[in-house]
Every structure is written in C-alpha cells, then in structure tokens.
Design a binder for this molecule. Structure first.
Ligand SMILES: *Cc1c(COP(=O)(O)O)cnc(C)c1O
Length: 491
C-alpha cells in the first residue's frame, strides 16, 4: 500500500510545471496564435487529466515525457476549442427548410452582396444627393412592388416580429377578429393569442375549430373592431367537415364595415410551386389582389432569403408600421437587407430560380438523379467493407418550417443499421458518430435505421467524401473496440 502511494508520489513529481510548459517553443507559438489564456486553460485541463490518470491507474500519460506528443495533443485541443459553433453540416434529415439548421441557404448573389456590405460603408440611410435621407427599407419596397404589386413594404427581424408590429400599428387597444380554426402555435412559443396580447390588441375568437362562416365574422364586428386577421394554418391541416372564409369574401365585409383585413401568411412563396409538384401555396400577390390590406411572411421560408419578416400592402398602413416605435427595435441590419435585395432580384428571372436558389434546386431535383446518386454512394460504402448495414430505400422529403405540411416529395435515402452484435443503444451511437464528424451528417432515426435523405445534398462530391470518411472512422473505432475486447478476453 505505502509502496503504491510512494510510486504515485513519484509520478506526480514527474508532472511538468506550467511555467516550463509555457517555455516550450511550439507552445509559445500557440500563444501567439490562440492567446495565452486559452493555451493555459488547455494545459491546465491536460494536467488535471494527468493527475486523475495517476490516481486511478498509477500511470503517466505519454505527453508528460514526450514534447512532440504534448504539442500534438495541445494543438488538437486548441483547434477543437476554437472551432466556430456555426460550422457547416450536411442536412440529410428529410426536412429541407429545417428551422434548427438555419432554414434557407442563400443564393450566391446574396452571399456576395452580404460580404460587400460587411467590408465597406454603404448608403443604408444616407442622402446620396436627392436632398433627403434614404430609408433603409425603400429598395426592398421598390422590388416588392415590382414583384407583387404591393404599394409598399416594411422589413423586420422575422415574421413573428412582422405580425407583432402589424397588430400593434393597425389595432392598438382595439379588437381583432380571428377564426378559432386559425389560432396557431408555430414552434418556439409563437402563439397568436400571446402575440395579440403583446401587441396590446384584444383577440376576438369566432367560429369553431373546424368551421367558421362569414356571418360569424360579421356578427363579431363592433365599434371597437380594428381588423380581421387571417392566419395561414401552416403546420397543420384540418380535414373533414370544415369551412373557412376566403380572403376575397372577407375583403368585401371589411371594406363595407371600414375595418382592415390583415393576413399572417407564414411562408411567402413569390413563385408558383406547382412545377415542383408542390400544392399551390397562397402567394402574397394573390392575397393583395383578393383585397387583403396587409400580408406578412418570412424571408427565410419559401422565399429562400435571410431571416426577415416582410409586411406588404397598402401604403397608408405601411406608413403606420414604419413610424411605430417598435419598428426601430425590430428593424433589419445592412447584411439582412443586402441578402434580401439580392434574393428578390433573382425573382426577376423566375425561369432560373431552379438553378440559382438552393431551395428550389433541391425541390426540383428529379428522383432518377437521386436514385443514381444513391447507387453510386452505396457502391462506395460497400467498397469500404464496413460492418455497418447499408441499404438504399425510398423515402419522402418535406419542405419544412411550416411550409406545405401535407406535401411530401419522393426521394431516396441511404439507410444505415448498426454493426452486428453491439449494444441496444448503438443506433443512437451511430447517429452521434455521424453528427460528430468534421463535416457532420445530419440524418433522421426511424424504424431502427439511420436515414440519410439524399434530396438534402448540395454538392454530391462533398457528400460522398464526408460519408466515406465518416464510415471509415466508424470502422476504425469498431476495430479498436473489438481489439480491446479481444485483449481483455485473452487476459
Ligand atoms: C413561420 C410562421 C410564423 C413565424 O415566422 P418566423 O419568420 O419564424 O418568425 C408566423 N406565422 C406563421 C403562419 C408561420 O408559418
């Protein structure tokens, strides 16, 4: 016993001192690159781990007596600690617009526009000789007018902000009528009754969950009513014995009674989606021509731009939004406005959207092409001779982010099953392994398999490289584990 303690004490004495570690020339170069506090923090962590190894196993880690090993381990730790949290992943989850993966990917013109405004001063709100200060939303407003016929547009942080500002500006302290079938909750605590309360409006519910009639709305209008609001039921679908009232029908009623008709559209597709096999979403331009006064929608759903909320419609009402104190708190910065402008400019050439916009490129990719890609990747996986089960299976892709909840696109997936003879949770560990790569592969678990929906691929070559590396590393890990298990059995 005392002998063991003595030998441990000897090992503790062999631990290098922080001061001497900081004097190693490569460590000094890490200090220049990563900063002294970070280098010290990682060294402290390594020393602590070494102490616990001595206590538990009575051994010293190799790096304590080998500077080259120390430098290798420290460098790896420093790189790991300075990795950006938002580095790219490959989204093969089967949901194209995945809110938790940042929704839409931007077109190249938007990317370069953002880079420019990050690097240089730009006339965001500056008099360029016209004699008055420009307005930050005016260029977007012009483009939206051109594309949808809207008189004007107000741009804010996201669609939740757009709905809040719309209500606060159009109906402060007043009643707003909404159908009970449209009191939606969107993920992340966006609920119509809560937003209504935050905007200082009084929600008046009419009709029933499945059926609301024009006469329900008409009967609810009082002297204190400021608006009727339609909400797109974007993440669910009510089927069966149902009735809702269209915007066109409500427009007549609102005009007659002198109140506003506003609409939270959710995902604002500005182009016909039927050519991708998607059902027709109501488009903002349609709503406006149906007589809606204000329509709000997201910039990063089916529009394919940056996170933003757009309210489009009557100039007199948009002016109210622009001058409301909340607008200052909700306005967009130059990067968002630059990306949005570049995205909207692409809509001048609708026939090119399928190639230019990542979202439409994915939605329009033919099934036969995905199947060919699948067969190719299968072949590659089989050549790697892994113990993983892999198969090509048909699957369905959803658009996501509350766009088109009923519509699914045909696709194919590579389905992985864990290596034979491993623990129960190994499907979870397989999924974790796929997410733990330099380029993480995000799949979906279902029916005892890990599904990688190939419709999510942006660059097939990059996907193949990431996939093969991921599988090889899985194989290495398994080989090491079974090797260790074999040693244990032998001992
Ligand atoms: C998505 C959605 C929202 C929220 O939009 P964000 O841009 O995520 O803030 C609000 N209403 C509807 C109907 C939606 O579909």
């Amino acid at each position: 016993m005392t002998q063991a303690i003595d030998s441990c004490n000897a090992l503790y004495r062999l631990l290098p001192a922080m001061d001497s570690l900081l004097k190693i020339s490569q460590v000094m170069s890490f200090i220049d690159k990563f900063g002294k506090p970070q280098v010290k923090a990682e060294l402290t962590r390594m020393l602590t781990a070494a102490r616990s190894l001595i206590a538990k196993q009575g051994t010293l880690p190799a790096w304590c007596t080998d500077d080259a090993a120390l430098v290798r381990e420290l460098e790896q730790a420093l790189h790991h600690a300075s990795r950006h949290s938002l580095s790219p992943v490959i989204n093969l989850s089967g949901t194209i617009l995945h809110t938790n993966l940042g929704r839409s990917q931007m077109c190249e013109s938007a990317i370069s526009a953002v880079t420019e405004v990050m690097r240089h001063p730009v006339p965001l709100e500056f008099d360029m000789g016209a004699g008055k200060r420009g307005h930050r939303d005016s260029r977007i407003s012009e483009l939206v007018h051109e594309l949808t016929g809207a008189e004007a547009c107000c741009v804010v942080n996201n669609n939740a902000a757009a709905v809040l500002l719309m209500l606060a500006s159009v109906a402060p302290g007043k009643e707003v009528i909404v159908s009970r079938g449209e009191l939606v909750e969107i993920g992340g605590a966006f609920r119509i009754p809560d937003i209504m309360a935050q905007a200082g409006c009084k929600l008046v519910e009419v009709g029933c969950t499945n059926r609301t009639h024009l006469k329900d709305y008409a009967a609810a209008i009082t002297d204190n009513t400021a608006a009727i609001m339609k909400v797109h039921t974007s993440n669910y679908h009510i089927a069966g014995f149902t009735k809702s009232v269209s915007e066109a029908e409500l427009a007549g009623l609102c005009r007659e009674r002198g109140i506003a008709l506003i609409s939270d559209l959710g995902s604002g597709a500005l182009t016909e989606l039927s050519r991708f096999g998607l059902a027709c979403e109501s488009m903002p331009q349609q709503m406006l021509s149906d007589g809606v006064d204000l329509v709000s929608f997201s910039g990063d759903k089916l529009l394919g731009g940056p996170q933003a909320g757009l309210v489009v419609g009557k100039k007199a009402l948009i002016d109210k939004l622009q001058s409301h104190p909340l607008k200052r708190a909700l306005r967009c910065d130059k990067m968002v406005l630059a990306a949005l402008e570049a995205t909207l400019l692409e809509y001048r050439k609708p026939e090119q959207l399928d190639t230019v916009m990542p979202i439409f490129r994915k939605l329009s990719r033919p099934l036969t092409e995905l199947e060919r890609l699948g067969r190719l990747l299968m072949q590659g996986c089989e050549e790697l001779d892994t113990t993983l089960g892999v198969a090509l299976e048909p699957c369905q892709t959803q658009v996501g982010s509350g766009s088109q909840p009923d519509v699914l696109l045909e696709s194919v997936a590579l389905c992985f099953t864990p290596s034979l003879g491993l623990a129960e949770d190994s499907l979870i560990s397989l999924d974790r392994h796929f997410k733990n790569q330099n380029v993480p592969l995000i799949g979906r678990l279902g029916a005892g398999k890990l599904w990688l929906d190939l419709r999510g691929s942006d660059d097939d070559g990059e996907l193949a490289a990431a996939l093969y590396e991921c599988i090889s590393r899985w194989q290495d890990k398994r080989t090491r584990q079974t090797g260790a298990a074999a040693c244990e059995v032998a001992a």
